[in-house]
Design a protein. Structure first.
Length: 175
């Protein structure tokens, strides 16, 4: 019998997130100069920072490339940031090999077709509520939150609560 998503959360050591549609709401604001602007949720940021402080691996793999996004993620303490990635599976395999991570201990959150094949390789494939139907069909966990609206916070908080690590060292600081 397959494990429930809550049982699978016990084994998670690593969070990997897509950006557009997961850490953002998929909307892109385009300036008159052609710059594409995105918004990111501060609660997602707080949770990613808390995960890092609690010893979890946090990685971002995205086909998009935006230096503002890279700066934001670095400010949260994320060092494994892979932007402009044409082959997410290859990047995923390189990442887990580099850090000797068991794929079964990875929670990957994606929202669209480019995430499909990576999600098939991890222990806990997950997605935001507003993900593409094909992604929802293979996700073990579908957040009740939409992309860019707290979906990353939702999965991180749930994993950390299951493992007894949520709010164990609250310092009162925000990201």
């Amino acid at each position: 019998m397959a494990k429930s998503y809550k049982e699978l959360m016990n084994d998670i050591t690593t969070f990997i997130f897509d950006i557009d549609g997961v850490l953002t709401d998929s909307a892109v604001f385009i300036t008159t100069q052609g710059e594409m602007l995105r918004t990111m949720n501060v609660r997602d940021g707080y949770a990613m920072k808390a995960a890092i402080e609690n010893g979890y691996n946090v990685c971002v793999i995205s086909g998009g490339s935006n230096e503002g996004v890279r700066v934001r993620l670095r400010n949260l303490g994320i060092t494994d940031i892979h932007l402009g990635t044409p082959d997410k599976v290859a990047t995923f395999k390189e990442y887990i090999e580099l850090y000797h991570i068991n794929p079964e201990s990875v929670l990957y959150m994606g929202d669209d077709i480019p995430d499909y094949h990576v999600m098939q390789l991890v222990g806990l494939p997950s997605c935001p509520q507003d993900a593409a139907a094909e992604i929802k069909n293979i996700a073990t966990y579908i957040s009740h939150k939409n992309g860019g609206k707290g979906a990353a916070r939702d999965v991180i908080e749930q994993v950390m609560k299951v493992q007894g690590k949520w709010m164990t060292h609250f310092d009162g600081q925000h990201d």
